[in-house]
Each structure stands twice: as structure tokens, then as C-alpha cells.
Design a protein. Structure first.
Length: 91
């Protein structure tokens, strides 16, 4: 999934849709950062980051914590986070 695929959920009038969009967007960004960090460690990046590996890794840790919180809230608020769920669309 790509960020652009979450657009309809993000602009929905239903808070559960927006919640799912937030969750999916964070997962996409977290996965991208994790992939970048693997390449950083291997010296395989096509650019030189200005931030240290440690700072970027700290960001990853916080993103993972945030995902866990969203997952807990989803259970409590009965919000399905799996891809087969039916969500509204932008009007």
C-alpha cells in the first residue's frame, strides 16, 4: 500500500476511517524508515543523511510505540485495521 491509497479514508467524515488512515500512513512511514535504516547500516543508501543513525532509530522506536497505541485503541473502539474492512469514501 502507498500513502496515496489512504486519501479517501483520510478525508472521510467517519472518524473510524480517519483512524484507519492514520494507522496505515504511520505503518507505511515506519516501514520506509526501517528499510532506510537497514540500508544505512549496510552503507547502501543512495544519499548521505544529515541525521545520525541513532536519531533516526529513535524516531523508529517512537513510531512503533505509536502504532502499538493505535492498535490498542482500535481494539477498545472496535475499529478493524485489516485490509478487508469496509470503509467509507470521500464525498
Amino acid at each position: 500500500m502507498e500513502l496515496k491509497e489512504t486519501k479517501d479514508l483520510m478525508c472521510s467524515s467517519e472518524y473510524k476511517d480517519r483512524f484507519v488512515a492514520e494507522y496505515l500512513q504511520l505503518k507505511i512511514r515506519r516501514d520506509g524508515l526501517a528499510n532506510m535504516l537497514m540500508k544505512y547500516k549496510k552503507g547502501a543508501l543512495t544519499f548521505t543523511p544529515k541525521c545520525s543513525y541513532e536519531l533516526l532509530y529513535s524516531q523508529l522506536v517512537h513510531m512503533e510505540s505509536y502504532l502499538e497505541i493505535l492498535e490498542q485503541r482500535a481494539v477498545i473502539e472496535d475499529i478493524p485495521l485489516f485490509m478487508g474492512a469496509s470503509y467509507g469514501e470521500c464525498k
